[in-house]
Each structure stands twice: as structure tokens, then as C-alpha cells.
Design a protein around this ligand. Sequence first.
Ligand SMILES: [Zn+2]
Ligand SMILES: [Zn+2]
Length: 184
Amino acid sequence: MGEAQSGSCNDFVEDCIFCTIASNQDKYTTIIKQNDELACFRDICPAAPHHYLVIPKQHIISCRSLQSTHVGLVERMAGMGRVVLHDRGITDMSDIRLGFHRPPYTSVDHLHLHVLAPASKISHFMLHKFTPGTDRFVNEDHLRRCLLKAAPKTSIRCASRKYMASLSHHIARWTKGRQAKENK
Ligand SMILES: [Zn+2]
Ligand SMILES: [Zn+2]
């Protein structure tokens, strides 16, 4: 079991409540919508008239475990959230909130997108938990932009190319200096 928990990404983690829900084994939770990759259900502690969670069926710990390759996953999670809201009669898509809690402000260590509507009716007492741009909460579109910027492989390649360029520049200068001395 320890082995299953060590990675940031697993198919199923035995004592994870969201893995249990995603595999339809939690009798207290009704899955509203699902496909091969994602599942959506009602938040147990709603902060707005509509409050759902969209989770990947694969166990990913949090938004901090995500990389640039996960941009599509985040997009699909948000897409399912919007469809669920639309199915439930929400028409004003400008008054919704889709986002993630940042660790350590996560209640369950299995990635979940909070889907709230109307955003203007988020409970006063819980608003601080769902305010974008804070240490606690990040909007899904903002997270996607961050993931794209973070693109690890590209930045490493750029850095090493820059480093090589400056290195060869230094070697050239050093060689010139030595030649000048020897010629004296
Ligand atoms: Zn899980
Ligand atoms: Zn949460």
C-alpha cells in the first residue's frame, strides 16, 4: 500500500475516497456524469446553489502534480463541469467559478475541480476558500496558462542552449587573450 501512495500518479489508491467514488464503489455518492477519464459528483459541503466536483479517475494528488502535458486534462475537466451546469439549467456562464485548491488547502489528496454556480451566490462564510488569485484557490484557466508557461523540457533546452552560447563566447575570448600574450 505504501508503494501505491509514493507516486503522484496511480490508477487506484486503496484508502482514497475519491478513487473509491470514481470506481463507483461508494454507496453514499451518486455520480452525475462520467466517461472513461473523468467523474462528476456533488460536493458533500456545498458552498453555492450548485457545487460539483470533477475528478480524474486516475489518482493524481493535486494541481501541484500537474505539468504542461496536463493542460488538456484540465480543459476536459472544466468542459465536463460546464456541461453539468448547463444540464442543471445554468445559462449564465459568466457567473460560474471553476478552480482548484492549492496544497496545503486541499481537503482530499486526489485532484478535484470545484464547479460552482452562480459564483455571485457563493456563501459569504465560504467565499475566502474560493477566491481566485489567493494562496488557496486558482481558477482553471489561470492554472492552464501557468502549466503552459512552466513547460519543463522546452525551458531546460533553452537554458542549455543559452549556456552553451555563453560558454563558447568565453572560450573564444580566453583563447584570444592567451594568443595575444604568447605573441608578445
Ligand atoms: Zn485517489
Ligand atoms: Zn477542494
